[in-house]
Ligand binder design. Sequence first.
Ligand code: G6P
Length: 611
Amino acid sequence: MCGIVGYIGHREASDVIIKGLKRLEYRGYDSAGIAISNGELQISKGKGKVAILEASLLATPIKGTLGIGHTRWATHGEPNDVNAHPHTGNTRKFAIVHNGIIENYDVLKKELQKNGCTFIGETDTEVLAHLIEEVQRVSKADFETSVQIALKQVVGTYGLAIVNHDEPDKLIIARKGSPLLLGIGDGETFVASDASPIIEYTNKVVYLDDDEMAVITRNGYEVKTIRNVKITKEIHELEMSIEQIEKGGYPHFMLKEINEQVDTISDCMRGRLQVKANDIKLGGIEPVLDKLVNARRILIAACGTSWHSGLVGEYLFEYLAKMPVEVEYASEFRYREPLIDDKDVLIVLSQSGETADTLAALREAKERGATVIGICNVVGSTIARETDAGVYIHAGPEIGVASTKAFTAQVTVLTMMAMKLGKMRGVLSEEKFHELAVALSEIPGKVKEILQQAEKVEEIAKMFTYAPNFLYLGRSYNFPVALEGALKLKEISYIHAEGYPAAEMKHGPIALIDEHMPVVVLAVTNHVNEKMISNIEEVRARKGRILSVTNERNTDVIRLSEFAITIPETHDCLTPLLTVIPLQLLSYYIAVNRKCHVDQPRNLAKSVTVE
Ligand code: G6P
């Protein structure tokens, strides 16, 4: 969480930084700040979004061509003006912005207090600012050495950028566990937590790895470890474009991203799903295909929406490839003693490729000898780089905090992987493979048909805008979609919602049903349809309000529903790619009606880089 931007060059640093911070606001938006080094070290910061900081800089500009900025998602200390970054020590010699958590901050703080440091806020970052200052005071070391000595005392994670009053032409950044990259321009260098603030200036980037730092001056940059070993880094070329990170006429990124799914699902299959050749090519996992085909079992670890796609993956791998699968919350996986070894394969799913718990699960599994495959969206992200092999979902930048197009692209990749494995293991016949390949290739067109019903969903949303609770029910492949639908509503409209396997409703949630309770049922014409119809009857008998996502020929479901949204038919195992679309739209319109901040819901961040 938290976004960092830094700049050194010939432009007004505050312009570059404010623009960049706005692009990084998905990482946190409870306070923002900037430090410009121009002979003086000038800081402006405060509670609230980047726009508030921007307004205050308009009123009181800070000129200069070197600076750092931060948009915060609070961990230690409430969001207020004092806890906003940048932080300084007592002499205000260094200003620092930080993403991550300093786990031993309390021990360090007590030590520093004994030496006379006075703290004004509650953040762990302020400890770092004092620590660097204190190290320099005692050791008389230069700027970089002081940073290195200080960082060696730190336990925890950081992506950080530091400026120094005494060296106004130098910017130091360091990374351990929280992403940072350098953008290499012509006579200028950019720093950011991801590529979005950089792409309009340069497509040349250098990704910093853990325990590395960069010393950036007006003449260029030098990367070294915090133990002072110089490193030559590869310069990567970004493929992203500026259009991809703008709203393109939509009122919100979320709506844009929902609508993009026609293309993103196609992009994800392009060159991979070969209907004529009756094959699937996933180049990124070819080196580990043997391992995967012969794995004792597959484990999937992820968080949030990615965990929901993992659950769909479980059904897919078991049905299509006849392989045993376990899906884990990445955070739980790492904190128990997972029974995993070199006979197992772990698949980690992550849109951002930076989620701390998912990354930790990956490392844990690797240490135990398992092969780890990543399914990520962000190219060059830490998870993508640390896995043994992987498949990019090619959904393009996802900026709305509530994930939409990443979910469908992840499920598309999982479907292709399961089909490929099923075929290689001889459990999926050529005919069945072909039938599925054709059905999969038709999904984007069917998504388009569903999106054409957006107005109908918008009307339905009006009926339920002020409902205090929602229940989502699904079975089989659509149980994870029920979870995802409930999560989308919670995230952006702050309505309490629960997703449940429809049959489990009888074991608890049914007690909640009365005439005020909207119940969203995912009831498509499949082998569990009759059972879903019984569950709908049970809800109706208690006067619950049924809103169904169903097929046109499912006339019983339509008859029993107060509102029905119909979707085109497809193979049962592909239905999550369709049933989720109306649920995304429903949560979007309800959130808009409730005047919620759709793209930046309270308390959330898109990339959760703390544990
Ligand atoms: C956060 C985001 C969710 C996302 C989850 C996992 O909670 O708000 O939208 O699903 O993190 O993120 P990842 O990048 O690993 O998929």
